[in-house]
Design a protein around this ligand. Structure first.
Ligand code: SF4
Ligand code: SF4
Length: 86
């Protein structure tokens, strides 16, 4: 299935599956993680918590502010997104 999404022009390219997350934003623009689904009651992206950080030139999650939420979304772990970008 093909879908079109819009990301910031300075967003980094999506890394390969398993490589370090670079905040490209792709996963959260397409669908919501369990934390986002519970908070916003929707599955389809973009997630309302997805925010562009200009200083860091990457996307960040506005919900992942604490240790528990960061652990829940596996922040800082490898990219677990299998979507392909054309
Ligand atoms: S986990 Fe999401 S934001 Fe992080 S690199 Fe993969 S697709 Fe991008
Ligand atoms: S809650 Fe955060 S990690 Fe989960 S989909 Fe939304 S922006 Fe992404």
């Amino acid at each position: 299935m093909e879908i079109s999404i819009t990301l910031h022009q300075d967003a980094p390219a999506k890394p390969q599956f398993g490589e370090s997350c670079n905040g490209c934003g792709l996963c959260c623009a397409v669908t919501l993680c369990p934390l986002g689904r519970l908070r916003f009651w929707r599955t389809q992206g973009p997630c309302p918590a997805l925010a562009w950080d200009q200083a860091a030139t990457r996307y960040v999650c506005r919900l992942a502010t604490g240790k528990w939420t960061r652990r829940w979304i596996a922040a800082g772990k490898g990219c677990d997104c299998t979507y392909q970008v054309d």
